[in-house]
Design a protein around this ligand. Sequence first.
Ligand code: ZN
Length: 370
Amino acid sequence: MYTVPKLTDYSSAALEKAASELLAALEAEAAAVRSETDWKEFRDRWMARKNGVLTQVNDLWLKAAPKDAKRDVGQRVNELKAKVEQGIDAALGRAKGGESKLTGSVDITLPGIRRPLGTEHPVIKTMNEIVSIFRNLGYSVAEGPEVESDYYNFESLNFPPNHPARDMQDTLFIANQESKPARDRLLLRTHTSPVQIRTMEKLKPPIRIVIPGKVYRNDPPDASHSPMFHQIEGLAVDNNITFGDLKGTLDHAMKALFGSSVKTQFRPSFFPFTEPSAEMMVSCFICGGSGRRGSEPCRPCKTTGWIEILGCGMVDPNVFEFVKRNGYDPKKVSGFAFGMGADRIAILKYGVDDIQLFFQGDVRFLEQFA
Ligand SMILES: [Zn+2]
């Protein structure tokens, strides 16, 4: 450890040598500083009033100097003080930086932190699968807003105001809109069908689109209902589209989705925006259409051997009237539309017994589909 020597020679060369020895010692001790605690010790050793190195320098070099050397020694001691202070300040910066470098450093020999891999949600997976089946048939994907106006959600789809068909869909309205005309009032869309109108307003026929998305109804949650759920809807408009095209397209899609052995069946139904309308059934792919699984009744098809999977029909000419200006003259074009619940299909496909499981975000449930 450096100690301040007494000087006997006050010549310029001797002073120079003594000063450079002191600075070398300072540098060596500063280099050994690793932490703030080290640094405090280092600072006190050099700067302490009582017996610090600088105090010693003052006593042993300056005070002891002969009168004629005092001026020169004083100047050198002042320079030294300034350098020592600088050196001590710099050491503090390094001590702090060194510490943070030390704690922030990476031990490359440690095994990495394995991040869990994400996976598609079963409902999204089902929707993507259905979308890709229709993409392969030349359909494109259309999307639209989930907060919709009464006009797009009901009126333009042939649900006139006060029409009883509106009661089939318990609608969630946005509050405080009484001052607006009825058709402009906002609601959470009850189906993806408004996107049909929005697309026909933008694109001239022919069109072939699928519309995946979230829809909302005032249904209290239970094992088969959720106030938010997912639909996939399709629309094809062209010259001479027939119910035969509808049946062929959907039959192909169901075989692609559930396996080539499923059969399809259409039963008359009613929707305001299609005429005629049908419900499509597929033969139960769980019991193979027998209605029984061994000695047990087949629950998904309620022992009937058929599962209702979607609603469909030929686009009602009244719907085309709303987009007639864009080339949809009901005398010239025809089309079919269909819509299905993606959650319901995921439930059937994966044998899930409660729709709520899809929306609870429980990783133990979801990782089964990884
Ligand atoms: Zn069955």
